[in-house]
Design a protein around this ligand. Structure first.
Ligand SMILES: *Cc1c(COP(=O)(O)O)cnc(C)c1O
Length: 426
């Protein structure tokens, strides 16, 4: 059978490396061919062959209101009619900046950019410019976009500098990055003992979502805050994924930790290419045109993207929005876990707000090393069986999943029935 999906993938591979514009889309991790999508509405989207799926990826996080939310679409249409871009300030940028500062108290000033990668790259440069230091600490398995200094994996020893995790990143660049294990408090203490006053910044996903979901253990974030404060290093929360996903106050509100700088993306763009970074006024004022740290963008604060972001940020402030989203997400993962358990499968799951992790393992992992021990082939089998049933999870065992506000009882029932069928035949 020649499906249109198949045809499109064949042709795309001729013109686009790997047929995709971002590598995880290619299904390399789970095998098989990627699905091409044509249309989305609410909790569903439809592929090029007309098959529908319940979507638990939500474009990797942004679609907290589901696909094509009417109010977001209307805001985008209205903005587009007035002009697609000006390359000059607009009132809507002021409005969204005020709203971000109001919703996230650690952010006194904010700048808009077009992607999470730009936000990550900019906070690192800003932290280095502010402190006059070069070294940064990141954690194995956390992703902060594809800036050179962040595409770094652990070196050969515990306290050695990192190695590039991509070709094309100079060893000298990676050599300024120290890579530690997530949740490893002794590791952080040792690194600060050795380099304390040379460390410009610690960048962390306060809930890790790019190695499946790894939750911060008690004291991990508190210890980072403490050591950064003691050593004059900048604490950066990369909340590109967790921002307005785990709660209205983001992860920093949930865990009551105040970072110095925060990177945002995904939900704040409402599905359009918009991201942001912000934080302490004294640090943010090091940015050009006020200070010596250069950062810019032709389409930064793009009026159409800002309109989508504003519409989204207004809707998520509805009373009970996050309680409902969290409960729905918890119901989903509890339901799947119960079915797996009933059939004797090693499986567990957890959720925080509207994001979740599914693990083919006896225990919930707490680090990159542990998550790598999960049964990847079991996940791949589960993924393809679910896909067949019209349920779309992230095409990788090492990504978090997302629920939107329009995933209702109906979608929950369909998902759990599919899980029952799949685990029953396991
Ligand atoms: C998605 C993500 C990024 C990168 O954002 P892009 O918009 O894909 O460049 C950075 N940090 C985290 C935590 C992310 O989840």
């Amino acid at each position: 059978m020649t499906s249109r999906n198949h045809l499109l993938f064949e042709q795309s591979q001729q013109y686009i490396p790997g047929g995709v514009n971002s590598p995880v889309r290619a299904f390399k991790s789970v095998g098989g061919e990627p699905v091409f999508f044509q249309r989305g509405e609410g909790a569903y989207f439809w592929d090029a062959d007309g098959k529908s799926y319940i979507d638990y990826v939500g474009s990797w996080g942004p679609l907290i209101l589901g696909h094509a939310h009417p109010e977001v679409v209307k805001a985008v249409q209205n903005a587009a009619q007035k002009g697609l871009t000006f390359g000059a300030p607009t009132e809507a940028e002021l409005e969204i900046a005020q709203l971000i500062c109001q919703l996230i108290p650690s952010i006194e000033q904010v700048r808009l950019v077009s992607s999470g990668t730009e936000a990550g790259m900019s906070v690192i440069r800003l932290a280095r410019g502010f402190t006059g230091r070069s070294k940064i600490i990141k954690f194995e398995g956390c992703y902060h976009g594809h800036d050179d200094s962040l595409l770094v994996k652990a070196g050969s020893g515990a306290l050695t500098f990192g190695n590039p995790s991509s070709a094309g990143v100079p060893a000298e660049t990676a050599g300024h990055t120290i890579v530690l294990d997530y949740n490893d408090i002794a590791g952080i203490e040792a690194a600060f003992n050795q380099w304390g006053k040379e460390i410009a910044a610690v960048i962390v996903e306060p809930v890790a979502g790019n190695m499946n979901l790894i939750a911060p253990q008690a004291d991990f974030l508190t210890k980072l805050r403490e050591l950064c404060t003691q050593n004059g290093s900048v604490l950066i929360f990369d909340e590109v994924m967790t921002g307005f996903r785990v709660g209205l106050g983001c992860a920093q509100g949930l865990y009551q930790i105040k970072p110095d700088l925060t990177a945002l993306g995904k939900v704040i763009g409402g599905g359009m290419p918009m991201a942001a970074f912000g934080g302490r006024r004294d640090i943010m004022q090091c940015l050009a045109p006020l200070g010596p740290v250069y950062q810019a963008g032709t389409l930064s604060g793009n009026p159409v993207a800002v309109a989508a972001g504003l519409a989204t940020l207004k809707l998520i402030q509805a009373p009970g929005f996050y309680e409902k989203l969290s409960n729905r997400t918890q119901q989903l993962i509890d339901g799947i876990a119960t079915k797996a358990k009933n059939h004797g499968i090693d499986f567990c799951a957890q959720s925080i707000g509207g994001m979740f992790g599914l693990y083919f393992s006896k225990n919930i992992p707490t680090s990159f090393a542990e998550v790598m021990q999960c049964d990847k082939s079991a996940f791949n089998r589960f993924f393809h069986a679910m896909l067949e049933e019209g349920i779309y999870f992230a095409p990788s065992a090492f990504e978090a999943g997302f629920v939107s506000s329009v995933h209702g009882d109906n979608e929950l029932d369909k998902t759990l029935s599919a899980a029952e069928k799949i685990f029953g035949n396991w």
